[in-house]
Design a protein around this ligand. Structure first.
Ligand code: G3I
Length: 378
């Protein structure tokens, strides 16, 4: 798509103004997209050499600290070194989704997933699998299948994918985002899996368990972290599955923060506790904290990001059955929110939502994570 020239001029002027403002504030700024890595760096960064690796601090608190990557990013030796140093859990950002792994019926692309699984093993990282049954990033051919054919496709998919990495993937997001947005508390009516009836979720967990009885199996969703109708629906769903003897072992709170509407630390902690009381593990599976909509200077935005993240990590630290926290990307240059389409969901960018800037330097948010891991709130 081509931008009209007046928009290009406006964008250029705006970029200069923003960059100048950030330079004055002594901060990190980069475009996070095509130019990621072109960061100017100022006093707001943390001295990397003085920081404990996150995975080391996490281990002391009995929490895995994870990141999601696209396998191609690991061709950069600096990214590889940073990921291996800081994280002890790895999630595939896109490589294990249905459209990527089984683009044609029965034809599986395991290579990218294999590379991630090998990297995790080489570096003593736990592997999370993401995701088996999801209405989005689904292979085109699956959409519109009639119930019998879809059931057969889902069965082959789960058996093949979970079977491929039996014993190597510790946790699977078996079913992702099955609940509708908004207040209905219903399953998504528009999911291709809806033709199987509401127990397609039960079926998926049973299939995954049969394929790898030692894997921990999760229901994963967004906007279920606090008090909301969707949060209640997720709790009812997980409770029903657990009480029905379905092999579900945990719930994944994605934690894609929207600072304009975000539950308090107390709400999050209470929610985590009630899942723990069901006997379920809790993982924070896709944390990012975009700052575009936070008011104030860039310094103030990054400090607020640090506080929000400290509270999130603190809620996990406070509950024994919360087993880990995964950030959805490594550097601000990698984030899905750099795509204008997705970024707009969080208001006006730039969002700088992750732990490290485009030059792979730690931001104040890293201190927030360490504070929570090292000084748990009572
Ligand atoms: O499909 C094309 C592909 O053919 C092409 O090669 C590629 C190169 O640009 O672009 C393509 O697809 C992109 C896809 O990621 C794979 O890279 C899409 O445009 C892009 O929109 C898509 O975004 C992903 C998004 O899920 C899609 O739903 C993000 O990278 C990924 O971070 C994001 O992750 C999801 C979790 O899986 C579930 N929870 C929400 C989270 C954020 O949306």
């Amino acid at each position: 798509m081509t931008l009209p020239s007046f928009r290009i001029q406006f964008a250029t002027v705006a970029a200069v103004v923003v960059a100048a403002a950030a330079a004055v504030a002594g901060c990190i700024i980069h475009d996070g997209g095509a130019g990621a890595g072109s960061s100017s760096v100022g006093g707001n960064l943390l001295p990397a050499s003085s920081l404990k690796p996150l995975r080391q601090a996490g281990a002391a608190a009995h929490k895995r600290i994870g990141t999601a990557v696209m396998s191609a990013r690991l061709s950069n030796p600096k990214v590889k070194a940073l990921v291996a140093r800081e994280f002890d859990s790895l999630s595939p950002e896109n490589e294990m989704k249905w459209e990527a792994i089984e683009p044609q019926p029965g034809h599986f692309n395991f290579d990218a997933g294999d590379r991630l699984v090998a990297f995790a093993a080489e570096n003593g990282m736990r592997m999370r699998g993401h995701t088996l049954v999801w209405h989005s990033q689904l292979a085109f051919w699956v959409k519109g299948l009639k119930a019998d054919a879809l059931r057969a496709a889902m069965t082959r998919h789960i058996q093949s994918v979970v079977g491929r990495w039996k014993g190597k993937i510790a946790q699977w997001d078996v079913v992702n985002e099955a609940l509708a947005d908004g207040p209905t508390g219903e399953l998504r009516p528009d999911s291709p899996f809806a033709v199987l009836g509401p127990t397609f979720i039960d079926e998926a967990f049973r299939l995954a368990h049969a394929a790898d009885p030692d894997a921990q199996l999760f229901y994963n969703d967004y906007e279920i972290e606090g008090d909301s109708p969707k949060g209640e629906a997720a709790y009812r769903l997980c409770k029903r599955l657990k009480e029905a003897g379905v092999p579900i072992h945990g719930v994944g709170f994605q934690m894609h923060v929207d600072p304009r509407s975000w539950p308090s630390a107390d709400q999050i902690r209470r929610n985590v506790e009630r899942y723990a009381a069901l006997g379920l593990l809790i993982e924070f599976t896709e944390v990012d904290v975009p700052v575009g909509s936070i008011s104030g200077s860039i310094d103030e935005k990054l400090q607020r990001q640090r506080e929000i993240t400290r509270d999130i990590v603190g809620a996990c630290v406070a509950v024994e059955k919360c087993s880990g926290i995964t950030f959805w990307g490594v550097t601000d240059g990698d984030s899905w929110l750099n795509d204008a389409h997705w970024g707009a969901l969080r208001g006006r960018g730039p969002h700088y939502p992750l732990l490290f800037n485009g030059d792979m330097q730690p931001k104040p948010i890293v201190a927030g994570v360490l504070e929570a891991l090292e000084k748990p709130s009572k």
